[in-house]
Ligand binder design. Structure first.
Ligand code: UDP
Ligand code: MG
Length: 315
């Protein structure tokens, strides 16, 4: 049995030695598996690539794929899935927030044959700003209401999967990738393993509030068409309201005559309607821009350097 471990790295020079040490430790417990580590260097600007090369020169389980620029974690994971050829494949962060020490337990669960994948979720969000936790919770509530991919609150990208599931993921080659949604959408039997949140071992998080906000919008646009129908519902509602307003104005005219006033209310109505129209156009724009990018069929990533003899360099 072969096990592939995918580790996306973006400016992780300080964290890499820690994760490598941990991986070696865990691998020793998994002697019955042939193991490969796929480090994806996502256009780091620090010494990540140099560190990876050093690791690769002393350990032939280490494979590195270095992108020509930063393509984002989603692209890095996709490159990993394309290049992994294990019977089991796992993805994990480089900062030890996804503890590799859980792997033996995850393998045990998947080997019972009852599940195709073992996913992880953190039960708490310790060490995270409260306001971020609040918005994250709202996001999960909303997206689960309006999309058919079920997305678990607190779910991490850290999972162990069988070959069949990885093939399904690679087949879903959409350009706008939202892995949490993709994992949910493809189905398969998933076991959820809970664990306490761990803080990053070294270095800094690559996410700030604005990036997370955009990520959340991406998730919604990628997995739900509900916002598009909001425009039509809003339109119907407003038409109805304006119909009543027209009747009101006519009746008033007939009863009280025609004093010219109402400038203020008119301005309010115009700006209100204008706002709603722009908002709806914005929603359509979001979907349109996604469609635009999909139709271009640009590659998800470009590998500039690797030690893999038969790499899938562009996909
Ligand atoms: N990452 C990446 N490309 C990016 C941003 C992040 O490959 O553009 C990697 C990063 O190196 C790490 C993982 O994705 O291994 C998760 O990133 P981070 O720890 O910053 O996110 P957080 O855990 O704070 O959500
Ligand atoms: Mg992290």
């Amino acid at each position: 049995m072969k096990l592939s471990l995918i580790i996306p790295c973006f400016n992780e020079e300080v964290a890499l030695p820690f994760i490598y040490e941990e991986l070696v430790k865990v691998s020793a417990q998994l002697a019955e598996y042939e193991i490969e580590y796929l480090f994806i260097n996502d256009g780091s600007t620090d010494r990540t690539l140099t560190v990876l090369k050093e690791l690769a020169s002393s350990d032939d389980r280490v494979k590195y794929y270095s992108f020509s620029r930063n393509f984002g974690k989603e692209a890095a994971m996709y490159a990993g899935f394309c290049n992994a050829d294990g019977d089991y494949v796992a993805v994990m962060d480089a900062d030890l927030q996804d503890p590799p020490s859980l792997l033996p337990q995850m393998l045990e669960i998947i080997n019972t044959g009852e599940y195709d994948s073992v996913a992880t979720r953190r039960v708490n969000r310790e060490g995270e700003p409260p306001i971020r936790s609040f918005f994250a919770r709202q996001f999960y509530k909303i997206i689960n209401k309006i999309s058919d991919a079920d997305i678990v609150d607190g779910a991490r990208d850290f999972r162990l999967m069988k070959r069949e599931m990885v093939d399904a993921i690679v087949e879903l080659n959409e350009y706008n990738r939202f892995s949490k949604g993709i994992f949910g959408w493809i189905g398969f039997r998933t076991y959820w393993l809970s664990y306490q949140n761990v803080e990053r071992i070294a270095g800094e998080t690559k996410w700030n509030f604005w990036k997370l906000f955009k990520y959340a919008i991406d998730g919604i646009v990628n997995f739900s068409q509900v916002p598009l129908s909001l425009a039509s519902y809003g339109g119907v509602l407003l038409t109805f309201v304006s119909f009543i307003a027209i009747i009101f104005v006519i009746v008033r005219r007939l009863i009280w005559g025609d004093p010219v006033n109402g400038w203020a209310s008119l301005v309010c109505i115009i700006t209100f309607i204008g706002g709603i129209q722009l908002f709806c156009m914005g929603i359509m724009g979001q979907y349109l821009s996604k469609t635009y990018l999909e139709t271009k069929k640009r590659p998800h990533y470009i590998v500039a350097e690797t030690n893999d003899e038969e790499p899938i360099k562009i996909k």
